[in-house]
Design a protein around this ligand. Structure first.
Ligand SMILES: [Zn+2]
Length: 375
């Protein structure tokens, strides 16, 4: 089993260490979204230097390009991408169910590639096989994203996710055994179940109870899109999930409030494409809220984006320069902005961890969120 130790508790919140074959993750931690085995606009060296502890790649995108067998041939995700720290893969369920004309069958799901329209079928078994070929430390079970927010659709998606979970577990165990018997046990891989249920607390409770009974290494909490009501939902889910296994809040962390609520109510890791996507559009975090660096008022502003930020962008460049790079559409604009935004969420989550350890979390949360959201 994946080794996870809790180092401090505060209500449902906790700090801890996830010990993976590629190193430790000190939690709570923000995991970089490396959808296609790269965090957009950033090199792995830059990710390392800004303090990132782990990345999460997307199985759907890697199945399409370059193909999971090629990544296996390269020696796995870490070798292929030159990221020699912990790695996760998302199952791709979210992306597949977001495509048009998805057909659910008894076996799995049929869809057309968003790139060239080629036909694909993914099953819980083939998702596990793909994730084992990619070779991340931590895999997510293949889950069904509900087609609407209605109770009926949420229940149907949850029931199917549970049914698929037992097939994912069986296939994961079969693959683990075959790797061990082939003498390759030095690189074990681990599986998280995914809790569904949308905004309905009874479904969330049912899903958490089901996932808790499965022989998995941890849990992803999926289908969360906004911080509204997230505290109650996480309270329900994380009071049921076993305390001694790590929990990943899938796709959340674009808004700083997501990180604070997530950590306060018992989540250990987070991932989100939002910070780097916003950076490429010139929308940059500051402690006083997000700013648009393309705004004319920054033309003559020779101060750094944040004067106490220790990222490479803020240490070396000023707002007028960043504004110029964005106005002239220079590639470097996206690089520097992504360094800053990714640093901001990684560093904020690190500070959340430290505040939990020294008992100042509530003060830090209040001060940070009041200033950021101008309350
Ligand atoms: Zn910065």
């Amino acid at each position: 089993m994946l080794k996870y130790e809790i180092t401090h508790r505060d209500g449902l919140a906790r700090t801890g260490i996830i010990h993976t074959p590629h190193g430790d993750i000190h939690t709570p931690a923000f995991v970089g979204a490396a959808t296609r085995a790269t965090v957009k606009a950033l090199t792995m060296k830059e990710m390392n230097e800004l303090g990132s502890q782990a990345i999460l790649a997307n199985t759907y995108h890697l199945i399409l390009r370059p193909g999971t067998e090629l990544i296996k041939e390269a020696g796995g995700l870490a070798e292929f991408s030159s990221w020699h720290k912990p790695t996760f893969t998302d199952s791709g369920g979210f992306q597949i169910f977001s495509l048009p004309n998805v057909k659910i069958t008894e076996k799995g799901v049929k869809f057309k590639s968003h790139i060239d329209g080629a036909n694909f079928e993914i099953t819980p078994e083939s998702s596990m096989q793909a994730q084992w070929a990619i070779g991340a430390d931590i895999h997510m079970a293949f889950d069904h994203l509900a087609k609407s927010e209605s109770y009926e659709d949420m229940k149907e998606a949850m029931d199917r996710t549970h049914c698929w979970l037992s097939r994912c577990v069986a296939e994961h165990q079969r693959l683990a055994k075959s790797v061990t018997s082939a003498g390759l046990a030095e690189n074990p891989q681990f599986l998280y179940a995914v809790v569904q249920g949308g905004t309905f607390n009874d479904l969330r409770a049912e899903s958490a109870k089901y996932c808790a009974t499965q022989p998995v290494d941890g849990f992803g909490i999926g289908g969360v899109f906004t911080a509204d009501g997230m505290d109650e939902m996480l309270k329900t889910v994380n009071s049921i999930l076993p305390e001694d296994k790590p929990r990943h809040l899938l796709g959340m962390g674009q808004e700083p409030v997501d990180l604070f609520i997530g950590a306060e109510f018992g989540c250990d890791t987070f991932d989100c494409v939002g910070p780097t996507r916003m950076a490429r559009n010139g929308s940059l975090y500051t402690k006083d809220g997000r700013i648009n660096i393309k705004n004319a008022k920054y033309t003559h502003d020779f101060t750094p984006l944040e004067k106490d930020c220790a990222c490479e962008c803020c240490k070396n460049y000023n707002k007028a320069y960043l504004h110029h790079l964005f106005k002239t559409d220079e590639i470097t604009a996206k690089v520097l902005a992504s360094i800053h935004n990714e640093y901001f969420v990684v560093h904020t989550t690190d500070q959340i961890r430290k505040s939990l350890q020294n008992g100042t979390f509530q003060d830090y949360k209040k001060e940070f969120l009041n200033r950021y959201y101008h309350k």
